[in-house]
Design a protein around this ligand. Sequence first.
Ligand code: SAH
Length: 352
Amino acid sequence: MKPLLTDMSLPELQQAISTLGEPAFRAKQVYGFLQRGEDFSGMGNIGKGLKEKLEAAYDAQGVRVLRSFVSSLDGTEKYLYALRDGNVIEGVFMRYHYGNTLCVSTQVGCKMGCAFCASTLDGCVRDLTPGEMLSQVLVVDRLHREGEKRGVTNVVLMGSGEPLDNYDNVLKFLRLLNAPEGICISQRNISLSTCGLVDKMDRLKDEGLGITLSVSLHAPTNEQRDALMPVNRRWPLETLLPACRRYERMTGRRIVFEYALIEGKNTSLADADRLAALVKGLRCHVNLIPVNEVKERGLLPPQQKGILAFEKRLAERGVSVTRRREMGDDIAGACGQLRRSHLAGEQDEQGE
Ligand code: SAH
């Protein structure tokens, strides 16, 4: 594969363009086009010579939209992207009153092995580069800026992959996303979700970022969490919670805990009490997610009544809690399902 232009910061692009023997001021123009989600074909006035040289040596964007699906329920959009090497990843675009959020993937697949997650079923194929993550944002932003006034305003690293397992690339992506001369998404509008890699959380807290850290908690005891998330054996709750406290203290940003409600696994009122005790004294917010059913996993969300009772109990115990709205249910909105059905479809076609 050729090197990727969206992997580069503006100074790196300036360097690359002067190496091609072209004036450095051209870099700003090229950078501007890239940041607006354009490929070479959309780069109007950069000069034919430069365009040819760039095209011979580099790729522009790291992904292209292979297919998109729009939910008739709530307008949520699901994207299937092709990477340059033929791998496929997915993303979700959600409209909220405060802005438009894009859910970005950080790896092809995932190696964390969570019991409820479709992304991890076939393991991790590879890490994404910073530009491959950035291009997901840029091309979807472009699609929306064309028709509507508002493109992507918020980014969540909650697609396939464990962001902190691809630490250096994710960090560079976050800096590119926030660069003043780029798409410049405010760090306040960025959330990074982790299954709880404690050593990397401790590194992240010292990076001077203003992003929100989400931690996938999903269970209030080691016994329950071990059964759902293999990572808990490496970093059990008694090491994870102190790391959350250190992160909160260092950054001043409250932690968001994600808690997928799975019938019969973690939804009793005693679980709610244990959860409240676990996070006591920590500035945080708990996001309840009725688990998205993944066929292969046989795990189901509780009934509405159970969800409300769990939420109420947490609130009574003084925990700040909301229930995540389910979006895009009709378009395989949940984690990793679209890629899987795409891959399965491909195999079917080949099999016929
Ligand atoms: N690896 C990161 C980010 C990936 S997924 C992490 O673990 O946090 C984003 C969130 O979706 C995580 O909280 C993850 O646990 C959750 N998730 C995965 N599969 C799910 C499912 N079937 N139903 C509900 N939430 C799910």
